[in-house]
Design a protein around this ligand. Structure first.
Ligand code: MLT
Length: 304
């Protein structure tokens, strides 16, 4: 019997891939052979001596001490691509939230009160503050062309945007899945220079820390909208904060709370919802459960 410890809620459809005759699954499992988790931070946790495999029901693995586990011979499995559609859809929402002023105009509309004529008058006076702009013809820079970045880039093309992508590690298979209309840049700077919107789909590693910093911001177009649905730390919040106050950056949408900027009207923060759809949670859980099962049963390693 293989014992599986769950450190976060894992979709029942994923857990159903672990047959009961062979797997015991619990959030309170002692001496586990496998761990399944989502965003639980494993760095401070004592690694159980019994542990043989870890499965992250998501793409990023920065909440897991991968190096330490690798030294112990414990593979870490993840679910690349399984939540790509969910993230792509939220990036679209993020672009629209920012360029159509949805949070601020919603706040305004919710605050309206009085008689019908009074409200109509207030709407007429207020709505001119929320005039937005449209996506077709605007340039979307996509930094990182893994499964999520490719989905976002192809969506941009479908929306009539010009899309420029950058990824030094783009694979041949990845390039085939990318619309031929996506222009490939030779550097981050080349992509950033032309962007009306820039979105990041890279893991947080040393090379991606503060990819947007004060220096790079200077070379970007005035009025750019920055979207960070990847990880905190990829964008230098202090630099972007200053650029927003100076009117250089028009908006910042990020999928985690940001203390520096949270009261600014053009800053939209979300509680890491990119992968939070029923479909993505099922897809990710199924993908990692299958991998952990295959490893514990047969010693097969796919995608660790
Ligand atoms: C990911 O890395 O794919 C996401 O962080 C998943 C999640 O939100 O759990």
């Amino acid at each position: 019997m293989h014992k599986i410890l769950t450190l976060n809620n894992i979709s029942p459809l994923g857990l159903a891939r672990l047959p009961r005759e062979e797997f015991q699954v619990s959030a309170d499992m002692k001496e586990p052979d496998g761990i399944l988790l989502r965003s639980f931070k494993m760095h401070d946790m004592e690694i159980p001596k019994s542990l043989k495999a870890v499965g992250r029901a998501g793409a990023g693995v920065n909440n897991i001490p991968v190096e330490k586990l690798t030294k112990l011979g414990i593979p870490v499995f993840n679910a690349p691509g399984a939540n790509a559609n969910a993230v792509k859809e939220l990036v679209l929402a993020g672009m629209l939230l920012a360029c159509r002023h949805i949070p601020a105009s919603w706040e305004f509309a919710r605050g309206l009160s009085g008689s019908d004529p009074e409200i109509s008058k207030a709407v007429e006076a207020g709505k001119k503050n929320f005039a937005g702009f449209e996506l077709p013809g605007r340039t979307l820079a996509v930094i990182g062309l893994g499964a999520i970045g490719r989905n976002v880039a192809n969506m941009g093309i479908a929306l009539g945007m010009k899309v420029v992508g950058f990824d030094p590690g783009l694979t041949v298979e990845g390039a085939w899945q990318l619309s031929a209309d996506v222009k490939k840049a030779n550097s981050v700077d080349e992509a950033l220079r032309v962007a009306d919107f820039v979105t990041f789909h890279v893991p947080l590693v040393d090379a991606t820390k503060n990819l947007i910093n004060a220096e790079r911001l200077k070379a970007m177009k005035d009025g750019v909208i920055i979207l960070n649905f990847a990880r905190e730390g990829i964008v230098d919040d202090a630099a972007v904060s200053a650029a927003i106050k100076a009117g250089k950056v028009y908006g910042y949408v990020c999928d985690f709370p940001s203390n520096l900027l949270k009261n600014h009207e053009h800053v939209i923060t979300l509680p890491h919802l990119g992968a939070s759809t029923a479909e993505a949670e099922d897809n990710c859980a199924i993908m990692v459960a299958e991998q952990v099962k295959d490893f514990l049963q047969n010693g097969n390693i796919r995608n660790s």
